[in-house]
Design a protein. Structure first.
Length: 255
């Protein structure tokens, strides 16, 4: 009796073990690649839901289809103009073909990361520092295209590559700061010179108008005197214009 009870208990445990091995739950964002006796076919790709496997015959590998945001570690790069910088980037990729991602590469996450690192060094080494600083979006698009072409055979789709940070040597930072300061001073001098040029042109035009109209010159002279005389403590000594003297003399002679 005890032997039969022990055998029944053993049978129940074995049945539960088989049941656990045969039931798999695939989430909505996953796909299950089923190996049946070591072989995989298109029919062995399982979608989300409760999936039953043949115990000891089937083996399922789950593949996450969500977009992965991977931070590429800082890479030391020598630019085309021989400046050593450190650059890190962010790569966005996802699995488009779960079967290829399982069969054609051992670990598609690590492989994509390593390929992004080498491509980052190679591409940035073909550009000068000014291009890297000013054309991040263009270089990122070029990196995305190159990495995507290489990882397409693995069933991986690289959607974007963004250059995150560029670390410059201290000497280069100081040189760029001096260059930026010199550029600001140059622009300030140009703006001041343009202002002086415009001011001189306006003064020339005003002088020409006053020269054509002597009465306007006298009115302007008197207006200036009025403006100066607004200060109570100001003593003004000014010459009398000859035009005004001649006009007064002509008037007295006529009388």
């Amino acid at each position: 009796m005890e032997t039969a009870l022990g055998s029944l208990l053993l049978l129940v445990v074995f049945a539960m073990f088989v049941l656990v091995k045969s039931i798999r739950i695939v989430n909505e964002y996953e796909r299950g690649v089923v190996f049946r006796l070591g072989r995989v076919s298109a029919d062995n790709l399982k979608g989300p839901g409760l999936r039953l496997l043949i115990p000891f015959v089937d083996r399922m590998v789950k593949v996450d289809l969500r977009t992965v945001t991977h931070d590429v570690p800082p890479q030391e790069v020598i630019t085309k103009d021989n400046v050593t910088i450190k650059v890190n980037a962010v790569i966005y990729f996802s699995v488009m073909n779960p079967i290829d991602a399982v069969l054609k590469i051992a670990n598609h996450y690590v492989a994509t990361s390593l390929y992004a690192q080498t491509t980052l060094r190679n591409i940035l080494g073909q550009h000068e520092l000014d291009e890297i600083l000013s054309e991040r979006d263009k270089i990122g698009a070029s990196l995305q295209r190159i990495i995507d072409e290489a990882t397409d055979a693995w069933g991986i789709k690289v959607s974007a590559v963004e250059i995150k940070d560029i670390e410059l040597p201290d000497v280069m930072r100081r040189a760029m700061a001096r260059q930026a300061e010199a550029e600001r001073e140059r622009r300030a001098k140009i703006i001041a010179a343009e202002g002086e040029m415009q001011s001189s042109q306006k003064l020339q035009e005003a002088a020409e108008v006053l020269a054509r109209t002597p009465s306007a010159m006298q009115l302007r002279y008197l207006q200036t005197l009025v403006e100066i005389g607004t200060e109570n403590s100001t003593t003004i000594v000014f010459p009398l214009p000859m035009e005004l003297v001649n006009a007064m003399r002509s008037y007295s002679e006529r009388r």
